[in-house]
Design a protein around this ligand. Sequence first.
Ligand code: GCO
Length: 255
Amino acid sequence: MTTDLFSLSGRVALVTGASRGLGLAMAEALARHGAHVVINGRNEASLETAAAPLRAAGLSVETLAVDVGDGPATRAAIDALAGRHGRLDILICNAGIQHRKPLPEWEMQDWERIIHINLSSCFAMAQAAARHMVARRSGRIIMTGSGMSVLARPTVHGYVAAKSGLWGLTRSLAAELGPQGVNVNCIAPGFFKTELNEAILANPEFVAWVEGRTPLKRWAEPAEIGGAAVFLAAAAGSYVNGHLLAVDGGLISVV
Ligand code: GCO
């Protein structure tokens, strides 16, 4: 075992939904610990904007513009990436979307879109990545779940269902891939100051409710997710498998 429990030197990582928010924060943390990081998003220009300061800081970052909702394109991109680098060590399935509406206003297509992006795409990506990881009997798959993987609140029906499903998928993948050398875990973020949460951050009552409900009494900064990703990706997390790691200021531990 390496002497540096948190070194990712020589590893190749793919982080989806990484042009901003938690994905970008996790990508940066992995890169700062020595990984070559492929940041994924739908828009090449946004990815380049995100990559520029990281590269300027001397980090090893590559962009990959592909819509995770497009299964065949994503699979082809993962195969090409693993082929080009000869390995894929770390996959963080982080891309996610939100839809907040009272139940009567939900259309089936909203539900399907949320489930497709937040859950089904993660299954497809994990399947594609696992093939390369299992071939080398080594790999780490990390899902961005949510406090909503185990809790709920009104209006976010698709999100709660998808994030709960992602935690279930984490366990079934951990069960099947563990024997083949691949660890699969799920990070459960609490309330972070990200673009996904712009609408609820603009609501002072909701902001105050989160502060009151969270034992640390504040929202999280995106950078505060980085440590959990590095831990689960590095030697430090070698015996951690099928775990839900809450990064939530204590949110899910209290009523
Ligand atoms: C929401 C938010 C969620 C939360 C997070 C809490 O509307 O509930 O958008 O994304 O921030 O998942 O754990």
